[in-house]
Ligand binder design. Structure first.
Ligand SMILES: Nc1nc2c(c(=O)[nH]1)N[C@H]1C(S)=C(S)[C@@H](COP(=O)(O)OP(=O)(O)OC[C@H]3O[C@@H](n4cnc5c(=O)[nH]c(N)nc54)[C@H](O)[C@@H]3O)O[C@H]1N2
Ligand SMILES: Nc1nc2c(c(=O)[nH]1)N[C@H]1C(S)=C(S)[C@@H](COP(=O)(O)OP(=O)(O)OC[C@H]3O[C@@H](n4cnc5c(=O)[nH]c(N)nc54)[C@H](O)[C@@H]3O)O[C@H]1N2
Ligand code: SF4
Ligand SMILES: [Mo]
Length: 720
């Protein structure tokens, strides 16, 4: 991909500027070294409370990814998806878009328009897009890639605790005695959090126990005291069985259950069905290890569960989240130092997106479009009649693409995400993009797999070229300053959306000339909600540093941990123990497709590689996708280490090299999803995956689909 255009000629840094890492949800504080107007070096910010000066290699190599030859510099339009793009002025582009949106909305209704955003937008950008769609265009079809990522965690918190919002924080890591890491490859995907866990273990090696639950022996699992190499998709059986053991051994906190929860009787009935022998059968983990995990968790004075996509990306993702909450509620390990369920957010501002109501059923301040009072409050705040915000939830991410493929959604505006690589079943996504009347792609780079389908491409300023705030996994909001000028005519996403809103005739409600004004408006709207940011301001964030919500005027210092009073945001203040049952993934292995494929990440790439693909060092560390397959399965299918293999699912095919290993559970195989079809049609993991999804969260099952694997036949060497 594009080479670096402007390389720093020397390492001489003129100034260091405090900022925030634009990659993962750990949310490290960075110091960006600037020379000649460009960011040329990165180091950790020792003052940032979430990372304490630490950072990982992706951040170190950020400078190489910023000013590259494949940056999108100007707005461009084309008549049809095959023709050449023509450069146009911002004014013409926005006028054209306003006209097309007006036509489409008047002809087909507002629900024929959709926006698909991302947890990598700043809070201000997310807020403006959401306000525009839901409050002014009259479509709740504003959804985001968080649907592929955190939607099950959101719904899990809502179901069990009464509201979204991770209760714990990083400081809890320094006190916990037990870490249950479920479906998270923390070492690769949240490296700085993992280092903190490791440090905790090193300080008190006998006391601190780490349990990793993952079908693969990842670097995370390798460091753990106990690795449960679970069959993909079976986590509920494991947790229910752990609870079964704890009830039998009387290791639950009856006092906490009685006073602060409801639903224990129902939960008890269900967990009765999961003695460790049943867990062994379902999860493929020896019964004694299930008991051991349960005892380690319960005997620890303080325990945390950390989880990520191995839990959320599932057709029973919400139930899996509830199972984790059950474990903490039944043992009273929540709302106390060193304790708590703690979902690790993926993207740098996946949390902010949730706070501004970025999902298609939500409104700012953890409000819901289905709640009359919430709709009325937000409509009044925005100065629109309350009927303008529709009561019916908008389409979720995959529903948008399905409706587009069926010709129901006509216009889509994609910003800061690359679904032609990252969404399941790329054939469906490409068909949807081909069927649409209008595809707008607002990205920092071009071409991307998605911008290849655009009618209009809009150049976005990216990290360091604009200011704004982001919230990390521990509810901490950090201000990121503008450090460099955006290349060409690229503009911040919030400005592009505001200019478009003005073209649509909503100028009065979108008068913004700075991100600060937007933050002031948004934070006022969060007043008296759980994610209250009304006590924050740019001035405070700049002078005092990052703050953790809830942070109101009455509580300006912010909040380290939620639910310390054990009162939950449910009608009676009690958390809910939700009885949940194991269910198989949507696709189970069979004769034709005997293996279960799980997909995920490698340490040195970020998602669809539009950025890390520009770093030579990072590319070298992982130039191509590799499938991991268990030795016993490899033997059965005649595959040897380093062979090229075809992986075939009901949807498509991938061709990659195989790593034959004991480090993945038999019956499972693993493929990273970073490579899109631009890198080679058959390298894209999402050629294989399914759109089956959780009925509540609508999050797709990216962690399980049935495949078969065959060796690509050698051709006779030297035979010409
Ligand atoms: N290097 C790097 N870091 C990243 C990202 C990146 O692209 N690259 N992306 C960021 C984002 S947006 C996210 S969401 C996070 C994701 O962070 P993680 O969720 O940690 O990453 P994944 O590799 O998707 O999946 C985690 C693990 O789940 C396991 N798994 C699969 N199925 C199951 C199951 O049924 N049960 C259990 N218990 N485990 C299972 C997989 O084997 C894998 O090791 O990472 C963030 N950090
Ligand atoms: N098979 C499989 N698929 C998965 C997953 C999996 O585990 N397995 N994980 C899923 C998850 S958890 C996630 S979060 C998604 C991530 O998937 P995507 O969101 O599609 O991945 P990114 O590459 O981060 O896409 C961000 C896009 O925004 C652009 N960009 C960067 N900065 C800016 C900016 O400031 N403004 C604008 N407008 N654009 C910008 C980048 O160039 C890039 O094109 O992938 C999902 N897909
Ligand atoms: S751990 Fe995450 S937030 Fe921290 S430097 Fe690495 S990618 Fe950035
Ligand atoms: Mo994610």
């Amino acid at each position: 991909m594009g080479a670096t255009v402007e390389k720093s000629e020397s390492n001489s840094v003129e100034r260091w500027v405090k900022s925030y890492c634009p990659y993962c949800g750990v949310g490290c504080g960075l110091l960006a070294g600037v020379s000649k107007g460009s960011v040329t070096r990165i180091k950790g910010d020792p003052d940032h409370p979430s990372s304490l000066g630490d950072l990982c290699l992706k951040a170190v190599y950020l400078p190489e990814t910023l000013q590259t030859s494949n940056r999108l510099l100007y707005p461009q339009i084309r008549r049809c998806q095959e023709g050449p793009f023509t450069r146009v002025s911002w004014d013409s582009a926005l006028k054209f878009l306003a006209q097309r949106f007006r036509e489409i909305i008047s002809q087909y209704g507002p629900r024929a328009a959709a926006f698909y955003g991302s947890g990598q937008l700043t809070t201000e950008e997310y807020y403006v897009g959401n306000k525009l769609a839901k409050g002014f265009l009259g479509t709740n079809n504003f959804d985001t890639n968080s649907r592929l990522c955190m939607a099950s965690a959101v719904a899990g918190y809502q179901t069990s605790l009464g509201s979204d919002g991770p209760p714990a924080c990083y400081a809890d890591i320094d006190e916990a005695d037990c870490f249950l890491l479920m479906g998270t490859n923390t070492a690769d995907c949240h490296p700085v959090t993992f280092k903190r866990i490791k440090q905790r273990k090193v300080i008190e090696p006998k006391r601190v126990m780490i349990i990793a639950v993952d079908p693969r022996r990842t670097e995370t699992a390798d460091f753990a005291d106990l690795h449960l190499a679970i069959r993909p998709g079976t986590d509920i059986a494991l947790i229910n069985s752990m609870l079964h053991v704890l009830v039998e051994e009387n290791l639950i906190d009856r006092n906490f259950i009685e006073r602060h929860t409801q639903g224990f009787a129902g939960l008890k009935e269900v967990i009765k069905k999961y003695p460790p022998t049943v867990a062994e059968e379902i999860c493929g983990v020896p019964e004694c290890l299930v008991v051991e995990a349960a005892l380690i968790f319960a005997m620890a004075k303080k325990a945390m569960t950390l989880w990520s996509m191995g839990i959320n990306q599932s057709t029973i993702g919400v139930a899996k989240n509830s199972a984790i909450h059950n474990l903490h509620l039944a043992t009273g390990k929540i709302g106390k130092p060193g304790c708590g369920p703690f979902s690790l957010t993926g993207q740098p501002n996946a949390m902010g997106g949730r706070e501004v109501g970025g999902l298609s059923h939500m409104l700012p301040g953890y409000r819901s479009v289905t709640d009359d009072k919430h709709r009325q409050h937000v409509a009044q705040f925005w100065g629109v009649p309350h009927e303008r915000i529709t009561r019916e939830p908008g389409l979720s991410a995959l529903e948008i693409f399905e409706a587009m493929a069926q010709g129901k959604v006509k216009a889509i505006w994609i910003l800061c995400t690359n679904p032609a690589v990252s969404a399941p079943d790329i054939d469906l996504i490409e068909k949807a993009l081909r069927q649409a009347e209008l595809v707008v792609v607002q990205d920092a780079y071009h071409p991307t797999d998605t911008s290849r389908f655009a009618h209009v491409v809009l150049p976005a300023a990216q990290w360091s070229e604009k200011d704004g705030v982001m919230t990390n996994s521990e509810r901490r909001v950090t201000y990121m300053p503008k450090i460099a000028e955006p290349p060409g005519e690229a503009l911040p996403d919030w400005r592009i959306l505001s200019l478009f809103a003005r073209e649509m005739g909503f100028g009065e409600a979108f008068p913004y000339e700075s991100a600060e004004e937007i933050f002031a408006e948004y934070s006022a709207l969060t007043e008296n909600t759980l994610c209250d940011c009304s006590g924050m301001s740019y001035q405070r964030l700049k002078s005092e540093g990052p703050l953790q919500w809830p942070c109101s005027k009455a509580r300006p210092e912010g909040t380290v941990r939620l639910y310390e009073d054990a009162r939950f945001p449910t009608p009676n203040g009690k958390a809910i123990l939700v009885p949940v049952e194991h269910a198989k993934p949507f696709e189970s292995p069979d004769e034709d497709y005997p293996l279960l494929l799980t997909t995920g990440r490698v340490k040195h790439h970020w998602h669809t590689m539009t950025r890390t693909g520009n770093s030579q060092a990072l590319m070298k560390s992982a130039p191509d996708p590799i499938v991991e397959i268990n030795r016993a399965d490899a033997r059965q299918f005649g595959i040897q280490d380093a062979d090229f293999v075809e992986i075939i699912s009901r949807r498509g095919k991938v061709m990659v090299q195989a790593r034959v290993t004991e480090e993945i559970a038999p019956g499972a195989c693993f493929l990273p999803f970073h490579w899109g079809r631009q890198y080679g049609f058959f390298k894209a993991a999402n050629n294989l995956t399914i759109t089956a999804r959780d009925p509540i969260s609508h999050q797709p099952e990216l962690k399980a689909c049935a495949v078969r694997v065959r060796k690509v036949l050698d051709f006779p060497v030297g035979d010409n």
